[in-house]
Design a protein around this ligand. Structure first.
Ligand code: CU
Length: 158
């Protein structure tokens, strides 16, 4: 192979690498991370389902932890759930079974970015999660495993 042919094959190689990197970065990754397209009322429901984290929850003998411990909402109405920490210590809201919502990501306050409040729901603060699918979602608090709760999201029959 003379120098000219070698030069052309090097350039061809560089172009091929650049094209495949560009495909990966600008086509493959955005498609892999794309959120599903959902009806507006599912993304921004008219109501929220409120659950309070009761005062004294860090103590195992406390009479209540997540209130209500069994919460129920309809898709497109109250499929956004807000946990308000009314206790004096930090807690988490953590899925029992690694549930990941296709739109909202992992159901776990520990996955929450720092700018949205970070992993712990601090006293007086909130954690919110949007469930975009009908189902039963069990969760607990990571530092206090006796704190358990369940959210059920049902079909909207209205
Ligand atoms: Cu806790």
């Amino acid at each position: 192979m003379d120098n000219h042919a070698a030069g052309i094959s090097i350039i061809a190689f560089i172009v091929a690498v650049a094209v495949s990197m560009g495909y990966y970065q600008f086509v493959y990754i955005p498609q892999a991370n794309a959120r599903p397209i959902l009806p507006e009322e599912v993304i921004d429901p008219s109501e929220v389902l409120e659950i309070s984290i009761a005062e004294g929850s860090a103590v195992e003998t406390n009479p209540r932890f997540f209130v209500p411990a069994d919460a129920r909402g309809a898709i497109g109405i109250q499929n956004k759930v807000v946990w308000a920490n009314e206790d004096t210590v930090p807690h988490t809201v953590t899925t029992d079974d690694d549930y990941r919502d296709a739109y909202s990501g992992v159901f776990d306050s520990r996955e929450r970015p720092e700018e949205e409040g970070g992993p712990f729901v601090m006293p007086g603060e909130e954690y919110e999660f949007l469930f975009t699918k009908v189902g039963q979602y069990s969760y607990h608090c990571e530092p206090h495993p006796w704190m358990t709760g369940k959210v059920e999201i049902v079909e909207n029959f209205a």
